[in-house]
Design a binder for this molecule. Structure first.
Ligand SMILES: Nc1nc2c(c(=O)[nH]1)N[C@H]1C(S)=C(S)[C@@H](COP(=O)(O)O)O[C@H]1N2
Ligand SMILES: [Mo]
Length: 337
């Protein structure tokens, strides 16, 4: 017997909740401890695909009854299918950009557009769980769906491998390698509407504010440092590059941390991030990549290297670092400019 419309809707709602939560998580994750998040995102996406036949039965019945909200429901269905399609295209590597747009950006944009429609749909067509939904049969079905989704995810990965698609060679974050050990081949990525500033190297200053007060450094002052660090820059738009970075360890600039809880790293453009103070010993302020001074697009004269964190933490055109009493999480989850 096939599941009731209510059970189908509730199962789909659960899968979508998982898909959105892990999708947001996949964008944030940068260290191997979080490697399960993008995998869970893929498996949850497969569950949504597997539920399509059941859901279309519910949709066909619904379209006969509720006519007034039909166009919104169809828009919802179209966006959901577009999100699934772009997800599969990016993950397998079948199509990674279309019309100059990265398929991953399309995937994220479609998912964000989907969110308000989905919220509306869930409120308007709310399916209340009932106690008898928790039957042995439902549990068994959910287990089977989970197993089938994992199987489909693994199968799609092997198929992509057999077809020699680039998908299986992605990093654990889901990103494709682009320009490793060749900074000139690495994309210049601007987060939202920031722009490459023109920097006068002679007049540029770095302001350091630590537990002992604040002081200023020139580019000549920084030239004396040549700490090296091999680290992976992994952008949320789906590419990563390994580079040998050279510069000043942040720990060498901070004379005392006092009671500070976070380190604010600011750009001359106004872009800024707040990191936990405990990260300071792992951070580098780089003046060069691959032995060559940073290009304007990659942050000349100074940019943050934050190993284990996604690209949006790697502030470019840094002109101040400041120890702050506020906790690091007192900021939007992603930079706002
Ligand atoms: N000031 C500033 N820093 C920034 C950004 C930005 O838009 N403005 N983009 C961030 C993002 S999203 C990424 S992925 C990296 C990209 O670094 P790259 O341009 O050197 O490849 O820089 C980060 N640092
Ligand atoms: Mo990025």
């Amino acid at each position: 017997m096939s599941p009731s419309a209510r059970v189908t809707n509730l199962t789909l709602a659960g899968a979508l909740l998982l898909v959105f939560a892990t999708g947001a998580g996949a964008v944030a994750t940068g260290s191997p401890g979080g490697r399960w998040v993008p995998v869970a995102h893929g498996v949850a996406g497969m569950a949504v695909i597997l539920l399509i036949p059941w859901k279309s039965r519910v949709v066909r019945a619904g379209l006969r009854r509720a006519r007034h909200s039909r166009s919104a429901s169809l828009a919802l269905a179209a966006l959901a299918l577009a999100a699934l399609l772009t997800g599969v295209l990016h993950a397998t590597g079948l199509v990674r950009s279309a019309g100059g747009l990265l398929v991953l950006w399309l995937h994220i944009a479609v998912a964000l557009a989907l969110l308000p429609l989905l919220a509306w749909h869930v409120v308007v067509r709310r399916a209340r769980p009932r106690r008898r939904d928790l039957s042995r049969r439902t549990l068994l079905r959910t287990g089977l769906l989970g197993a089938a989704s994992a199987g489909l995810y693994l199968g799609a990965g092997s198929a992509a491998g057999l077809a020699r698609l680039p998908g299986p060679r992605r990093r654990f974050t889901g990103s494709y390698e682009t320009g490793s050990f060749n900074p000139a081949a690495m994309p210049d990525t601007i987060w939202l509407n920031d722009a490459v500033p023109s920097v006068d190297a002679g007049r540029w200053r770095l302001v350091v504010a630590d537990g002992a007060g604040s002081y200023v450094l020139t580019l000549a002052d920084l030239a004396g440092f040549d700490a090296r660090l091999r680290a992976t820059l992994d952008c949320t738009s789906g590419w990563f590059a390994r580079q040998d970075w050279t510069g000043v360890p942040v720990g060498a600039l901070l004379r005392s941390t006092g009671l500070a809880r976070s380190l604010l790293v600011g750009s001359s453009t106004g872009y800024q991030v707040r990191l936990p103070v405990s990260d300071a010993d792992r951070l580098l302020l780089a003046t060069a990549a691959g032995g060559v001074p940073l290009s304007p697009g990659h942050g000349f004269p100074l940019r943050l290297v934050a190993p284990g964190r996604r690209g949006f933490w790697w502030v470019k055109w840094v002109d101040r670092i400041e120890l702050r009493p506020e906790p690091w999480w007192l900021q939007p989850p992603f930079p706002l400019r």
